[in-house]
Design a protein around this ligand. Structure first.
Ligand code: IPM
Ligand code: MN
Length: 372
């Protein structure tokens, strides 16, 4: 029996081809694993009305971890239009399977490192080495949304937010609402993981990126929790910044930041910006991590227009694979993989179009594998 069971989830779009790239390096590393294909993605939405079938959740509950490529997400109406005729008009609503998977399996933090590898022509600066801890199971992604807004909710708004005035002249159908949910438990565990990571990897600071001057309750709770947790980590300084200003500072002096921790939507935004500083989404890896299970996925989406062309940059997927190896405790393999990726980038011979090259997705994977 293999040492590890890994759920294998290419998803759709370029997910398929970047996962092929991952497999090339995993096979070269001879990881003692069994890869179990799992259904997830657009095809299953279209034909079953469920992009994340229960059989996939069941499988995930049995494996050591999952590796995931990419999934197409579309807004509500567009998604409904693509259902097979039998399923149209049956009241199915599309919600991103990856977001649901994070919540259902309580993969409560999303680890998104961004490092400038030497020789990458796309680096914004050479000295960037940061990590975004994105809260992954609540916040504005909680799925607490309303449309139309019914009378009981309006009464609540009048009661709790009198400054808004009343919306008596706005029809319920003309109003929509998304609620940002933060719990002490959620705040505590994400911030704690960020401090632990900073300690383990020698980062001197943790920056909490929120907006407590306006989001007084949700961001306020994050700030209170962070200040308490910092006391347990006296050698690490806590910096508190606002998300808007942080965006500016990320362009001005990103080298000042190491570990950053923030809520779900802010983290989504901050991690894309961070990725661009080190070459774009082609270099951005991520892991959805819980206490016992983790699902690793590149930060990029399914890029349907490139699907099947084998031209996208697999480094994000390969760095994601490296993160998975780290999480499994396969430290030597993880280090070897990262060194090979760094070597290929530095040499600058085998590179995809985004880096100014002509190599294919699998050329890059093979070049990385060759160095292993
Ligand atoms: C990401 C993606 C997802 C998100 C989408 C595809 C739902 O942008 O992983 O960053 O918003 O979390
Ligand atoms: Mn995103």
């Amino acid at each position: 029996m293999a040492k590890y069971k890994i759920a294998w989830m290419p998803g759709d779009g370029i997910g398929q081809e970047v996962m092929e790239a991952a497999r090339i390096v995993l096979d070269k590393l001879q990881l003692d694993a069994e890869y179990l294909p799992a259904d997830i993605g657009w095809e299953f939405w279209r034909t079953e009305g469920e992009a994340l079938p229960q059989r996939t959740i069941d499988l995930l509950n049995e494996v050591d971890c999952g590796l995931f490529g990419a999934i197409t997400s579309k807004p509500k109406q567009e998604a409904e239009n693509e259902l097979i005729p039998e399923l149209q008009g049956t009241g199915l609503t599309y919600r991103s399977p990856i977001v649901r998977l994070r919540q259902k399996l309580q993969l409560y933090y999303n680890l998104r490192p961004c490092k400038a590898y030497q020789g990458n022509p796309l680096n914004y600066r050479e000295d960037i080495d940061l990590v975004v801890f994105r809260e992954n199971a609540e916040g504005l992604y909680s799925g607490v949304e309303f449309h139309p807004v019914e009378d009981d909710l309006r009464e609540m708004m009048k009661k709790y937010a009198p400054a808004l005035g009343n919306f008596d002249d706005v029809a319920g159908d003309d109003m929509a609402m998304t609620v940002r949910v933060v719990t002490m438990r959620g705040a505590d565990r994400i911030i704690r993981r960020a401090f632990e990571y900073a300690q383990k990897h020698g980062y001197p600071t943790v920056t909490l990126v929120e907006k407590p001057n306006v989001l007084r309750e949700t961001s306020g709770m994050m700030v209170r929790v962070a200040r308490e947790i910092q006391k347990e980590f006296p050698s690490i300084e806590l910096w508190e910044t606002n998300i808007d200003a942080q965006m500016m500072w990320m362009l001005k002096n990103p080298e000042n930041y190491g570990v950053m921790v923030t809520g779900n939507l802010f983290g989504d935004i901050l991690s894309d910006l961070s990725a661009q500083l080190v070459g774009g989404l082609g270099f951005a890896s991520s892991g959805n991590i819980g206490d016992e299970l983790a699902v690793f996925e590149p930060t990029h989406g399914s890029a349907p227009k490139y699907a099947g062309k084998y031209i996208v940059n697999p480094h994000a997927m390969l760095l994601t694979t490296k993160m998975m190896l780290d999480w499994l405790g396969e430290t030597e393999k993880a280090i070897a993989l990262e060194n090979s990726i760094a070597g290929v980038i530095k040499e600058g011979k085998v590179k995809t179009y985004d880096m100014g090259g002509k190599s294919s997705t699998l050329d890059v994977a093979n070049a990385v594998a060759e160095r292993l």
